[in-house]
Design a protein around this ligand. Structure first.
Ligand code: NAD
Ligand code: UD1
Length: 331
């Protein structure tokens, strides 16, 4: 059985669908601090399969131990964590406690029950402002905010764990910019309040809930002056987790993998693609740069292709189409 922490969240829910479709038995732990219980039924509807669910906080050691006591967990996919960069700057202690303490409790419990295989949700944020693109896994790591620091530290903790005990098998998955939704339109990304990230914001403008997108800067050293990112369909990303689970089940070691497409798109490219997919006008205005943003970030996905046998398949048009389908069904 695979334990999925944060399985009710955006990426976790899509990964649970792929795990169930691939025939895995799963248990989910989530405290719904950034998700909703309805997602669980939607996963059941899509897959026509059932799974165990624990509504609990990973910070609660007794509950985590109970899960390992009641189930034979073969591997863990660890999504649970807080992820808003701006919020992490204003609430660093919550971020360090929630993300790092919960990982320590999880790993201590795994060790106690002899489960030493883990796939961890890291982020391209660990590369900071890279000296060049595309970014390879051996580029230097550098983080500039508490959220990024938690990802960097957890990578370090897990790597040290492997050094101390070579029976561990650890995949550190560095996600680029996940967007899109399941093709059913049942699950997707629906942040509370005003979205921080580009595509959820564009979706709300297209559907008429927000008036105008602010494009953060058009004076970057990029083809059209707006920021360039490696947007990846959340279903492709989820399939990367299936490959990573297969890998950690078959080997030992601690390895980092980029999960990106290898292609960079600008903010204006995404606006255009979304307009095409939705048939709606996306109003935008150029405003100042957002502090902390970088010009360009896209992956070299070669290592993932070579070592995991994984490669992203969906293009930007499909990402926007699936995002729009989810938006009109849920907003
Ligand atoms: P999400 O917020 O949708 O999902 C996280 C889930 O974890 C939520 O359901 C939340 O309720 C749960 N959770 C958080 N803290 C918990 C705790 N202490 N105990 C139990 N459950 C808890 O986020 P997501 O976009 O699905 O991201 C999943 C992971 O991937 C996160 O670790 C995030 O930092 C990382 N990541 C996300 C992105 C992105 O753009 N979405 C990019 C890079 C990395
Ligand atoms: C953000 C996080 C990063 C995290 C990643 C994936 C910040 C500073 N960084 O990255 O740590 O790993 O999400 O979740 O929050 N943009 C606009 N207008 C908007 C929103 C965004 O122009 O309203 C632009 C940004 O300047 C950027 C691009 O769109 O060029 C993508 O932004 P966003 O979706 O927030 O992702 P990142 O900044 O890449």
């Amino acid at each position: 059985m695979i334990l999925v922490t944060g399985g009710a969240g955006f990426i976790g829910s899509h990964t649970c669908v792929e795990l169930l479709d691939a025939g895995y038995e799963i248990a989910i732990i989530d405290n719904f601090c950034n998700s909703r219980p309805e997602v669980l039924d939607k996963i059941r509807t899509i897959t026509k399969k059932d799974f165990k669910f624990y509504e609990a906080d990973l910070l609660c050691r007794e509950k985590v131990e109970q899960i390992f006591e009641e189930n034979k967990i073969d591997a863990v996919i660890h999504f649970a964590g807080l992820k808003a960069v701006g919020e992490s700057v204003s609430m660093p202690l919550e971020y360090y406690n929630n993300n790092i303490t919960s990982t320590l409790i999880l790993c201590q419990t795994m060790a106690k029950y002899g489960c030493k295989k883990i796939v961890f949700s890291s982020s391209a944020t660990v590369y900071g402002d890279p000296a060049s693109v595309p970014i390879k896994e051996d580029f230097p790591l550098h983080t500039t905010n508490p959220y990024g620091a938690t990802k960097h530290m957890i990578e370090r903790i897990l790597t040290d764990l492997y050094v101390s005990d070579n029976e561990w098998s650890i995949a550190l998955l560095r996600y680029f910019n996940p967007i899109g939704a399941h093709e059913s339109g049942l699950i997707g990304e629906n942040p509370n309040g005003i979205p921080n990230n580009l595509v959820p914001y564009i979706a709300r403008v297209a559907v008429g809930k927000l008036e105008c997108l602010s494009v953060f800067g058009d004076d970057y050293n990029t083809p059209d002056g707006t920021g360039v990112r490696d947007y990846i369909h959340v279903v492709d990303l989820s399939l990367g987790h299936i490959k990573a689970v297969e890998k950690v089940m078959a080997t030992t070691g601690a390895h980092a993998y980029n999960l990106g497409t290898g292609t960079g798109y600008s903010v204006l490219d995404v606006v255009k693609a979304y307009e095409k997919a939705s048939g709606k006008k996306v109003n935008y205005k150029i405003v100042d740069r957002r502090p902390g943003d970088i010009a360009m970030c896209y992956a070299d996905p070669e290592k993932s292709k070579r070592e995991l046998g994984w490669e992203a398949k969906f293009d930007l048009e499909r990402m926007c189409k699936d995002s729009w389908n989810f938006t009109i069904n849920n907003m």
